[in-house]
Design a protein around this ligand. Structure first.
Ligand SMILES: [Zn+2]
Length: 167
């Protein structure tokens, strides 16, 4: 009753504290059918005033079937559990970018694609990024290739003389 997400409002324990549950005479192993008395909830009347969300919990239809665990997707669809479905539910979702096929394609070398993906997002740990972390000022923040200017994404891939000489 208290710890499972059997209603849309989530686990009751996220609203009512363990102490209040105990003070009301309930035990932590109560089932929903233990608290549902003749089509209404048997919890103390003042709980509905203190926790208005409890008023929005609809009475479930009880049957004699045993409980089962279900997997609910981000879109609130019930599906079979799978690692793919669980990862898809918890990962951040963003719009598909038009350049994704430049980075990720069937014959790509994952290491190269990953670095290119970091580069496009300007997430490589270049020295201009390290400067924001307030590292020891005695450490040189010059480009390790040309040792002329501070390292950055633009310098490393477009401005530095060393990569140009290699090409
Ligand atoms: Zn350089």
């Amino acid at each position: 009753m208290w710890f499972d997400s059997w209603c849309q409002q989530g686990p009751i324990i996220s609203v009512v504290s363990r102490r209040l549950i105990g003070q009301a005479g309930y035990i932590h192993s109560d089932l929903v059918c233990d608290i549902l008395a003749s089509e209404s909830w048997s919890w103390p009347a003042d709980w509905c005033d203190r926790f208005p969300i409890l008023n929005s919990i609809h009475n479930p239809t009880l049957c004699d079937m045993p409980d089962c665990v279900i997997w609910k997707t981000r879109e609130c669809n019930v599906s079979d559990f799978s690692v793919h479905a669980s990862w898809d539910s918890i990962r951040p979702h963003r719009d598909i970018v038009p350049w994704y096929h430049v980075v990720w394609f069937s014959q790509c070398i994952p290491r190269h694609s990953f670095i290119l993906w970091l580069l496009i997002g300007e997430k490589l740990k270049t020295q201009d990024m390290l400067k924001n972390w307030e590292i020891n000022p005695s450490i040189s923040l010059l480009c390790p290739l040309c040792k002329l200017v501070p390292d950055s994404h633009n310098h490393l891939f477009f401005d530095c003389v060393f990569p140009r000489a290699v090409l």
